[in-house]
Design a binder for this molecule. Structure first.
Ligand SMILES: O=C(O)CCC(=O)C(=O)O
Ligand SMILES: [Fe+2]
Length: 363
């Protein structure tokens, strides 16, 4: 894999990346193969004609805006986020800080209903809007996971999706609010949500029309993903990476690497290249590394508030996460030892946001 040197000059402003756009109303086998390619080459893609009603998204966003514009004392009633509830600036338990406030919810309906009491003056309405949104995006996530399993030729095409359909699924929903940087008297965008990979299976992300999401294509090279309020942005989580890798595959993550080369060929001087020998940047586990869980972060906008909504599809805590045998071949030997999602989650919670976790489970 080719990456930039650790000390890039002017590496902060590479051109925006055009993520693959997958039209879900297309022919199924073709859609499955496009999604599989996007997961192998980018780890991120956008979906259109996804079937999630605009009203469902608008209602959720409205609840988010109405919560975040409340006075501080009222918001604090829903906190602290240990781990669920309202959090501000502190992300996790290990000192990560960002210019963000958020609501982190477990998607279990009982948990949503309990959290709603301190979040909203009309808890029943809040609860029903969140349940409606979660149901819709979970449906989308399951459909995408079935298509991925098909594209990877996994025998049981519901192998991935049944983990998040399970009533005990540990899936989460996070509403992020990034106040404009000017609010903090900054003249440039600040880091709202620091560099990380999502530990779960799959993330379905939606934001308002304000940019901020960036993905890391190489060491210290961040490319902005333009906002698109008509689409969902989907990204592979660590666990999905495990489900499908050989080092050969790690090296063939063409598109992101090509993007770096494009930047190198343009005005951006990102210094001499070197061959990266360890898999520090692209972490992968259910695809035995065929799909990549890419590092990303979110910056604040100088003038406008940004709202994002992320659904993180996860297995039940006791579920065993392991690569389907059909994805293990002599050419692609098993990369990770089997583990439970609970074990992986505990490892994530014990580390900082930007730490690599999957390699703790490398065979
Ligand atoms: O706000 C965003 O666009 C990204 C947020 C994110 O990566 C997360 O919540 O895990
Ligand atoms: Fe994330």
């Amino acid at each position: 894999m080719v990456v930039a040197s650790p000390n890039p000059s002017r590496a902060e402003k590479p051109e925006a990346i055009e993520l693959p756009v997958i039209n879900l109303s297309g022919e199924r086998t073709e859609v499955a193969s496009l999604i599989t390619k996007a997961c192998e080459e980018y780890g991120f893609f956008k979906v259109i004609n996804h079937g999630v009603p605009e009203e469902t998204v608008a209602a959720m966003e409205e609840e988010g805006v109405s919560f975040f514009t409340k006075p501080d004392v009222e918001k604090q009633r829903a906190g602290p986020a240990v781990p669920y509830g309202y959090g501000r600036k502190n992300i996790g338990f290990n000192g990560d800080i960002g210019e963000v406030e958020y609501l982190l919810l477990h998607t279990n309906p009982l948990s949503i209903s309990q959290s709603s009491i301190t979040i909203s003056g009309d808890p029943q309405k809040f609860c029903s809007v969140v349940n409606g949104y979660v149901r819709a995006v979970r449906g989308l996530a399951c459909d995408l996971l079935d298509l991925m399993a098909g594209g990877l030729r996994v025998h049981d095409q519901s192998l991935f999706s049944k983990m998040i359909r399970d009533v005990e699924s540990d899936s989460l929903f996070r509403l992020n609010h990034y106040p404009p940087s000017s609010f903090h008297h900054c003249t440039t965008g600040a880091v709202g949500f620091g560099e990380h990979t999502d530990p779960q299976i799959l993330t379905i992300l939606r934001s308002n029309d304000v940019g901020g999401l960036q993905i890391r294509v190489a060491d210290a090279v961040w490319v902005p993903v333009p906002p698109d309020p008509t689409a969902f942005c989907v990204n592979v989580g660590d666990v999905l990476q495990l489900f499908g890798s050989s080092l050969n595959q790690l090296e063939s993550h063409g598109k992101l690497v090509n993007h770096v080369q494009l930047i190198k060929g343009s005005n951006y001087d990102i210094g001499p290249y070197q061959v990266e020998s360890t898999n520090l940047y692209f972490l992968k586990a259910m695809t035995n590394g065929r799909f990549m869980s890419v590092r990303h972060r979110a910056l604040t906008n100088i003038n406008k508030p940004r709202i994002s909504m992320a659904y993180f599809g996860a297995p039940p805590l006791q579920a065993m996460v392991t690569t389907p045998p059909e994805l293990v071949t002599p050419h692609s030997p098993l990369l990770y030892r089997p583990f439970t999602w609970g074990e992986y989650k505990r490892a994530s919670y014990s580390l900082q946001l930007g730490d690599s976790r999957l390699q703790l489970f490398r065979k």
